[in-house]
Design a protein around this ligand. Sequence first.
Ligand SMILES: O=C(O)c1cccc(C(=O)CC[C@H]2O[C@@H](n3cnc4c(=O)[nH]cnc43)[C@H](O)[C@@H]2O)c1
Length: 234
Amino acid sequence: MTQNIDRTPALGETGERGGRVLIVTAVEAEKAAIMRGLGDADGIDVITAGVGPAAAAAETAAALAGSPGRYRFVLSAGIGGGFEARAAIGSLVVSSEIIAADLGAETPDGFLSVDELGFGSAAAAVSAEWSRRLHDAILSAGLPVCAGPVATVSTATGSAESAAALAKRIPGAAAEGMEGYGVAVAAMKRGVPAAELRAISNAVGPRDRAAWRIGDALSALEAASQALREVFLP
Ligand SMILES: O=C(O)c1cccc(C(=O)CC[C@H]2O[C@@H](n3cnc4c(=O)[nH]cnc43)[C@H](O)[C@@H]2O)c1
């Protein structure tokens, strides 16, 4: 289930695709942080799609369908939960994989993924080359960053048991968000490479709203976006 897939065309293999980058956030505060970091960078569109994989997929699909050939890369970006010992609050995670972690069936013996059910794949295509370039640019800027699987969930994890089960199911899981799989599937269906960036606001585990550091995560997202200018600009 956690196998890395890179079915999308390689970086530079733009074919008929245009030169712009599409960044999809869930909420306005994430968009604003990214725009502050990007400054007056041309060639990048940042949109707010709403919370959850369905809204993310619908808005991404609409943006790509509305301007066929306009985009060469799509990034799902926002704040997220970090898995213990992988991603601390205020750090950044770049996707090596994007996994729909709760897409499947519950059985008396545990969770079965759609892969195990034979209904497709819970892993959306991630561009390994784009992910590497994003990771390296953020690292070069001196920001704390790791590359790892990012889980997409419809219900944010809220207990130690669920966090442990997820970490077991997705070896090396680094972050959790609610939109990446939707964005990546919409991009994949249009043949546009995609990846995900999460700035960590909270630990994945027992719900503790008072411990969330949304301001720190938004500052990290802004700093990462500044570092990514050189990657995105033609
Ligand atoms: O009030 C709560 O307990 C609560 C729990 C989980 C998520 C929320 C949100 O309002 C955040 C939704 C928004 O932020 C991303 N996000 C941030 N941290 C996590 C997480 O640990 N697990 C899943 N998603 C997270 C998410 O992508 C949404 O866009 C409130």
